[in-house]
Design a protein around this ligand. Sequence first.
Ligand SMILES: NC(=O)c1ccc[n+]([C@@H]2O[C@H](COP(=O)([O-])OP(=O)(O)OC[C@H]3O[C@@H](n4cnc5c(N)ncnc54)[C@H](OP(=O)(O)O)[C@@H]3O)[C@@H](O)[C@H]2O)c1
Length: 324
Amino acid sequence: MSGVRRSQPHTREARAAMKAVFFRQHGDPDELQYGEMPDPVPGPGEVLVDVHAASVNGADWRVVAGGYGPVKFFPYIPGRDFSGVVRALGPGVTDFKVGDAVFGVCDVGIEAAYAEQVVIKASILAHRPAGLTHVEAAAVALIGLTALCAVEDTLQVRAGETVLVQGGAGGVASFAIQAARHAGCRVASTTSTANVDYVKSLGTDQVIDYTREDFTQVLSGIDAVFDTVGGEVASRAYAVLKPGGRAAFIASGPKAPPTERTDVTGLRPAVGRDRAHLDRIAMLVSSGAVRVPEITPFPLADAARANAVSRGRHFRGKLVLVVR
Ligand SMILES: NC(=O)c1ccc[n+]([C@@H]2O[C@H](COP(=O)([O-])OP(=O)(O)OC[C@H]3O[C@@H](n4cnc5c(N)ncnc54)[C@H](OP(=O)(O)O)[C@@H]3O)[C@@H](O)[C@H]2O)c1
């Protein structure tokens, strides 16, 4: 490894070197380099995990680009969610043991899952869902958390309601469609021609090919919208709501986009971190209520290529880095 690395917030007493993907300056996904970084060490209440798979999220290339502001130090390891095996416990951790299969989403503002090892607070870590591989568990962690925060916590969808999930072929939407169906809702979704069959296969009742039809001309009287697309598509979603309807947005920045309608509500889900949501994800996928979305795997060393695909925003399901 070249240069001296300032510790990422959870990385103390650097010792041996692990393989990781990091960037030394903001820019395009090809700023991501594969190399060696110091092993992280768990502090009190923390767990050291041998990462087997790490998920690629739309946030990652934006972090590399500096889209959320400059990172606090370089080199910086991105990556928010992962699945792996507990390697060591920090002082005071009693709810896991070495060798446990776990999955999780790094704490807000603390990343570093694109690596052979990651440290995370035990309180936001969960046991890997029964029956899932590490690649599958990594794939569902942040998308499941986001989908449940939007569909269950924020929109609070109820049986019998009609819900529009915008961007059905994406990871978050793939999970959200199935969570809304599990809640007893009728679900409509938008996607491009190539992904219509995939979105139907998730159980979607009405799939709108946005390259052929304008969803605002096809839908009306919708109880709740969950938008994962952003931009002008998100703003137009208010038009399909019935009076009293509500819409949740996760791709439009920190606030819901404005609307001139006074009879509907725009919401921005708060996507926190906790074990309870991960356990609910595990229950939904292990019971078969939610199917893991289609996954495209990449070797960890190909993180730059995976992030270029992510930035393109026209893939299906999830991109996952296979670490070991
Ligand atoms: N904490 C949070 O707030 C949080 C957490 C996770 C994700 N997010 C954000 O949520 C958004 C969704 O993330 P994601 O990972 O699920 O997917 P994504 O990577 O952002 O998007 C991929 C999907 O978007 C679809 N898409 C693109 N343009 C579309 C359009 N005009 N209409 C309908 N679908 C369209 C694509 O399908 P087609 O090829 O068929 O168009 C593709 O399957 C991202 O902006 C991400 O940053 C926020």
